[in-house]
Design a protein around this ligand. Structure first.
Ligand code: CP
Length: 326
């Protein structure tokens, strides 16, 4: 167990080593058990997390805020639009100043080409740890909750279990590609076989795909890319199918939507799930476009773990905050 995470940032999934991820998950399970039996665990009494949002949220905002309260501290919600960021406060000002007020700064900034750089800029200037609540490239706390959920459902030893990380059609908006990038980086470290499936226009950045392949080689697992949703689901233990925008093809939202609308058949339904193992779990970070991205039959069906997955956001985040912010 690693015991010196105090003061550490978590911005990219690989900022924590595999052993450090195992440590925060151990902590998360301990905190989950304590909450289940009503045992107080105020490890962050009098501590405050500043939560700066440039983009909307349900789960992330609520779980970080609840987590800080359960740890004996406070989560301060800050909407970027009601700050002076639009009038000149830079990442340096935010890091320097909020880092003096708060014991941790959590940020969600998903703008393509800006979000990750902004969060790293704040971290460079901040004396308090900086936590990435999602940028355009990574969603590390979602991925920790996903890993925790997969281990709960499939056992702690995930070697050679197959996860398909698949694109799915959505009509609501062009979603960030941070969830699939985080998954393909994190899961090979735990020995999972990863199949990445998407229509050609929805490729992920080559650098991360190559890094994921190298991590898979190191752990003796498989990594493959396919361009057919049903083929990707074949014999999967974990089906993780969600939409993301064709951002490496176009950043124009109208052109992106036109491309996206030509793949309406990429919906997770019972027929496609039948190609996965009978006990395969269905995962989605939510929000999902119901009956467009995934049928209600699958999302509400016996193989779906989406609500346990959403719950684990709370526990995984508390595990990281308890170990980094004291
Ligand atoms: N999964 C996730 O990050 O949900 P929110 O966008 O609601 O925070």
């Amino acid at each position: 167990m690693i015991t010196n995470l105090r003061g550490r940032d978590l911005i990219s999934d690989l900022d924590f080593s595999k052993e450090e991820v195992e440590t925060v998950l151990d902590m998360a399970w301990d905190l989950k058990r304590k909450r289940a039996v009503g045992e107080p665990h105020p490890y962050l009494r009098d501590k405050v997390l500043g939560m700066l949002f440039f983009f909307s949220s349900t789960r992330t905002r609520c779980s970080f805020e609840a987590g800080m309260a359960q740890l004996g501290g406070h989560g301060a919600f800050i909407d970027s639009k009601t700050t002076q960021i639009a009038h000149g406060d830079t990442a340096v000002e935010i890091g320097e100043i909020l880092g003096r007020y708060f014991d941790g700064i959590a940020i969600r900034h998903c703008d393509w080409g800006d979000g990750n750089a902004y969060i790293n800029g704040v971290a460079k200037a901040s004396r308090a740890p900086v936590l990435n609540m999602q940028c355009e490239l990574f969603h590390p706390f979602q991925c920790l909750a996903d890993l925790m959920t997969i281990m709960e459902k499939k056992g702690r030893d995930l070697r050679r279990k197959k996860i398909v990380v698949s694109w799915a059609y959505a009509s609501s908006y062009l979603k960030p590609m941070s969830v699939p990038i985080s998954l393909i980086l994190q899961m090979p470290r735990f020995g999972m076989d990863v199949t990445l499936s998407y229509p050609p226009e929805f490729k992920l950045p080559d650098a991360y795909v190559e890094e994921a392949k190298a991590l898979a080689r190191k752990s003796g697992s498989a990594f493959e890319v396919v361009h057919d949703m049903t083929e990707g689901f074949e014999d999967a233990d974990v089906v993780y199918a969600k939409s993301w925008g064709p951002l490496l093809t176009t950043t124009d939202p109208i052109e992106g939507k036109r491309i996206q609308d030509s793949y309406k058949s990429w919906i997770t339904d019972a027929a496609k799930m039948a190609h996965a193992k009978p006990d395969a779990i269905y995962m989605h970070p939510l929000p999902a476009d119901r009956d467009i991205e995934v049928t209600s039959e699958v999302m509400d069906g016996p193989n779906s773990v989406v609500f346990d997955q959403a719950e684990n956001r709370l526990h995984a985040q508390k595990g990281v905050m308890a170990m980094t912010m004291w």
